[in-house]
Design a protein around this ligand. Structure first.
Ligand code: S3P
Length: 426
C-alpha cells in the first residue's frame, strides 16, 4: 500500500460508529495498568501500530496480558527488567511516557523507535528527569533515541515547564508517583489531561488547580483500571472536515471523547461557519458522546490560542482553510515542526502543490482560501499528512503516496473513506 488515488466526493449523509479508538488513552491505559494492584480491563483498545507497540513493551516489562481480540486484561507484579530493546515504533507518546514510568523502576532499559522517532527531541523529558536524579542518556547529549535508562530513586520536584506538552506532563507525573516527596508540575497552557483524569480515577493522589498539578507519591498500588476507550477526536476530525467541505453533506461521529482539551479543532471549524453539535452520552474518566457536523459555507479564521488542544488536527483543519473564503492564519504553533514530520513544511508544500497560496512563518502559516486542484502529494511518512491530503482529494481528486504510516493511528481509515468516495489503492 504505497499510493492511493482519491476521487472527488458527491454529497453524503453518514453515521459512523467505527472511528479508531483514542490513541492517547490507549497508550496510557496499558501503561497505567502496570501500577495497579489487580487486573485492569480495557475494551476498545486502539489496535494500531503505535499502541500495539506500547502493549508489547508492557508485556516485555513482565505484565501478564490476556487479549481475546476484544478485551485486554492486564495485571502486573511490578516492572521487570526486559531482555528486549523496547521499540516504541513511531510513537513520541510511547517513548516519552515510558521514560517517566521506567526512571524509577528496578533495572536497565533501552527505548528505541523508527527512523522518524529517533530524530525527534527527547531533551524535553530527559532534562527534567535528570534534574530529579534519574539516570538516563541518549545520543546527542540525551536528546535522541535510542535512550538508555537505569532506574534510580527520584527526588521530589516543583517543575515549571516552558512548553504546554501532555507528553512531558505525563512523563513527569509518572515519575512523581515514585518520587520521595510531594511534587508539583506547572505548564504555561493546559495540555490534554487524560493522565490526570485516569490516574485520579485509579485512586492516585493527584490534584489539579488551573495549570498546576500536585502529585502525592504512591504509598500503595493503585486500583485497577476499567475502561472502554472512546473514539479518537483527532481521527474523527478527518471525517468532520470531509463533511464540512462537501456541499449538502452531514456526518454523525459516535462515541468520541468530548474532553474539552481534545475538541478545540471542532470549535475552530465551527468558528469557520460549519454547523456542529455535541451530545454527551457517557461520562467515565471524561465526557464521551456524539458529534454531528453539517456542511455550510466556510470562511477564514485566526488560530492562535490553546494550540496544544488542536495541534494534531491542524494539518486537516488547513484543508478546510484552503476551501474557505478569505485568509486563515495559524500562529504560535512552532511545535508542529517537531511532530512526526515538520508539519509546517509538509502542509505548506502539499497545499502549494494543490494550487493554494500559503505563506510560511517560523511558528505557523497563512492559507489563502481558493480552488484546490488535483496533485500528487507525498506524506513524508507522517500519518496525519497522508490522511489530510486524502481528505483534500474529496474536493478535487488527489494522489497521495507513502501510506503505510496511516496504520500507526487509524487502520480502518480507508474502509470508512470508501463510504464517501471511490479510491484506488496500489
Ligand atoms: C499526546 C500529546 C500531544 C499530541 C500527541 C499525543 C499525548 O503532544 O501531539 O499526538 O498522548 O500525550 P504534546 O506532548 O506536544 O502535547
Amino acid at each position: 500500500m504505497s499510493r492511493v488515488v482519491v476521487s472527488p466526493a458527491s454529497s453524503f449523509s453518514l453515521n459512523i460508529s467505527e472511528i479508531a479508538p483514542d490513541k492517547s488513552i490507549s497508550h496510557r491505559s496499558v501503561m497505567f495498568a502496570m501500577l495497579a494492584n489487580g487486573e485492569s480491563v480495557i475494551e476498545n483498545f486502539l489496535r494500531a501500530e503505535d499502541t500495539m507497540n506500547s502493549l508489547k513493551i508492557v508485556k516485555n516489562l513482565g505484565a501478564k496480558v490476556e487479549d481475546d481480540g476484544k478485551t485486554i486484561k492486564i495485571s502486573s507484579d511490578g516492572i521487570q527488567e526486559s531482555f528486549e530493546v523496547l521499540d516504541c515504533g513511531n510513537s513520541g507518546t510511547g517513548m516519552r511516557l515510558f521514560c517517566g514510568l521506567l526512571s524509577s523502576a528496578n533495572g536497565h532499559f533501552v527505548l528505541t523507535g523508527d527512523k522518524y522517532l529517533r530524530s525527534r527531541p527527547m531533551k524535553r523529558v530527559t532534562t527534567p528527569l535528570l534534574s530529579i536524579g534519574a539516570k538516563l542518556d541518549g545520543r546527542d547529549e540525551g536528546d535522541l533515541a535510542p535512550l538508555s535508562i537505569r532506574g534510580a530513586s527520584l527526588n521530589s520536584f516543583n517543575y515549571e515547564s516552558k512548553i504546554a506538552s501532555a507528553q512531558v506532563k505525563s512523563c513527569m507525573i509518572l515519575a512523581a508517583l515514585r518520587a520521595n516527596g510531594i511534587c508539583t508540575y506547572t505548564e504555561p497552557e493546559l495540555s490534554r489531561d487524560h493522565t490526570e483524569r485516569m490516574l485520579k480515577g485509579m485512586g492516585a493522589g493527584i490534584e489539579v488547580d488551573g495549570l498546576k498539578t500536585t502529585i502525592t507519591p504512591m504509598t500503595e498500588l493503585l486500583n485497577p483500571l476499567t475502561i472502554r476507550v472512546p473514539a479518537d477526536p483527532s481521527s474523527a476530525f478527518f471525517f468532520a472536515v470531509a463533511a464540512a467541505i462537501t456541499p449538502n453533506s452531514n456526518i454523525i461521529l459516535e462515541g468520541v471523547t468530548l474532553n474539552p482539551t481534545r475538541i478545540e479543532a471542532f470549535k475552530a471549524l465551527e468558528r469557520m461557519g460549519a454547523d456542529i453539535s455535541y451530545e454527551i452520552t457517557d461520562n467515565k474518566y471524561e465526557p464521551i458522546g456524539n458529534i454531528t457536523v453539517k456542511h455550510s459555507k466556510l470562511h477564514g479564521i485566526v488560530v492562535e490560542d490553546n494550540i496544544s488542544w488542536l495541534i494534531d488536527e491542524l494539518p486537516v483543519l488547513s484543508i478546510a482553510m484552503a476551501c474557505a473564503e478569505g485568509e486563515s492564519l495559524i500562529k504560535n504553533a512552532e511545535e508542529l515542526r517537531v511532530k512526526e514530520s515538520d508539519r509546517i513544511s509538509t502542509v505548506v508544500e502539499g497545499l502549494r502543490a494543490a494550487n493554494i497560496e500559503v505563506h510560511e512563518y517560523k511558528d505557523g502559516y497563512k492559507v489563502v482560501g481558493g480552488v484546490l486542484k488535483s496533485a500528487k502529494v507525498d506524506s513524508d511518512g507522517d500519518h496525519r499528512i497522508a490522511m489530510s491530503f486524502i481528505i483534500a482529494g474529496l474536493k478535487c481528486g488527489m494522489e497521495v503516496t507513502d501510506l503505510e504510516c496511516i496504520n500507526t493511528s487509524f487502520p480502518n481509515f480507508f474502509e470508512l473513506l470508501q463510504k464517501i468516495t471511490k479510491i484506488e489503492i496500489s
